[in-house]
Write a protein that binds this ligand. Structure first.
Ligand SMILES: [Zn+2]
Ligand SMILES: [Zn+2]
Length: 401
């Protein structure tokens, strides 16, 4: 993810603070804050608030609502991954101090700041994994609405603000898996899986209807098509159907789906992965001399491949959160899911395979083992039946994939 893209996403996250504050009970409507974000941009607003000699009134208001509400403060948000990389260490220190002064718990990624890595690389590749939970939220797109066209990139569903729908699908956590069913010709149904990112209140583009909708945004994971009859008996999708094999009336349905019943196709390449792949291929052209600078760039690409993406979410979903090195199951996060990280096996290799941006090159590790794989004495991975063999210090380890 480039800096410009990250800044744009941070801007959205700052607007998200406003949306989330309004959903507090009773609602808190920080209108001045929102105006600042709209006028100055998210990053400049955060810079300004952190530069003030004391926390804003909004910080005080959130504090009065309890420590949980303080997680909506700019101070808390800037300490979170990936936004923290947009800020200077001094700014992060100010945010941390303000939260510590009121004994607010810090985001997990800020508690254990790792030692500075070599080569000027960025520390931390922490992400909220989209796995661990078996609950799937089903959305019935019975009107075949084009959510992307109506609400913008990443939008996959919308609900009315009022009526029975307003109370449905509450409390989706980032990483929550959602399936949208859309009907297609010949009595077929397309099921598209998304990893939920955020909810926003928006009006339809270019529509005379000015009412606000709850709009859900996420990353597409994969899609598959079935005949309606086959779908109604498929354990993955039967939650959509009543006993007669017709679609249920509700727009949203929550159901449990066993891990083994989930679709297993690797995710389609997202544009960011395609860009990384192109850059890597260019760097590894046979006629290009292997300079230390070029090697550093390759390693940086492999490092960013470990960050949040459809691929890492897919790998976490398929293999679970348990560390493949020490078998630690991962600690339980506030959202109930278990924490883990994705690691690229050829990260420090002098000679990574040219096509190494695929899910089979990633392994799941706990935070400690991930650091170990980056800083300990680690050999070149060797492909073995069903996985990889890698020497870590003086022990040979096998990673199943
Ligand atoms: Zn481990
Ligand atoms: Zn790694």
């Amino acid at each position: 993810v480039g800096r410009a893209q990250l800044l744009a996403q941070f801007h959205e996250a700052m607007l998200g603070i406003y949306d989330a504050a309004r959903r507090l009970k009773p609602p808190y409507v920080p209108g001045d804050f929102r105006r600042m974000v709209v006028e100055m941009g998210g990053k400049a607003t955060a810079d300004k608030l952190l530069a003030m000699d004391k926390p804003s009134d909004g910080f005080g208001t959130l504090l009065l609502r309890g420590k949980e509400a303080l997680k909506l403060s700019v101070e808390y948000v800037v300490l979170q991954h990936p936004w923290r990389q947009l800020f200077e260490p001094e700014q992060l220190a100010i945010a941390r101090r303000r939260l510590q002064e009121v004994r607010c718990e810090l985001p997990p990624e800020d508690v254990d700041t790792p030692s500075e890595p070599e080569d000027g690389e960025e520390a931390g590749s922490i992400e909220v994994p989209g796995d661990g939970t078996d609950r799937v939220i089903y959305f019935n797109n019975c009107k075949n609405r084009d959510h992307k066209g109506l609400f913008g990139r990443g939008a996959f569903y919308d609900l009315n603000l009022t009526g029975i729908q307003a109370t449905q699908a509450v409390g989706l956590q980032p990483g929550q898996e959602c399936v949208v069913a859309t009907t297609a010709p010949d009595n077929r149904v397309i099921f598209t899986w998304y990893s939920f990112l955020r909810e926003r209140r928006l009006r339809e583009r270019g529509s005379a209807d000015r009412t606000l909708c709850r709009v859900f945004f996420g990353d597409p994971l994969l899609a598959e098509t079935f005949s309606k009859e086959d779908a109604a008996t498929n354990p993955r999708y039967r939650a959509f159907f009543n006993v007669k094999g017709h679609f249920k009336q509700q727009s949203t349905i929550s159901a449990m789906v066993p891990h083994g019943q989930r679709p297993t196709d690797p995710p389609a390449d997202s544009s960011e992965i395609r860009d990384l792949r192109r850059e890597l291929r260019e760097l590894q052209r046979p006629d290009r001399p292997k300079t230390p600078e070029m090697l550093r760039r390759v390693q940086r690409i492999l490092r960013s491949y470990e960050g949040p993406s459809a691929i890492t979410r897919y790998v976490k979903r398929m293999r679970g959160s348990t560390c493949q090195l020490c078998e630690d199951p991962g600690f339980v996060m506030r959202n109930g899911q278990r924490y883990c990280e994705a690691h690229h096996l050829f990260h420090l290799s002098k000679n990574p395979p040219p096509e190494c941006l695929g899910p089979e090159y990633l392994v799941i590790l706990c935070a400690t083992c991930h650091r170990r794989m980056h800083y300990a004495d680690v050999g070149e991975p060797v492909r073995d039946r069903g996985g990889w063999r890698v020497r870590v210090d003086d022990k040979e380890m096998v990673f199943r994939i």
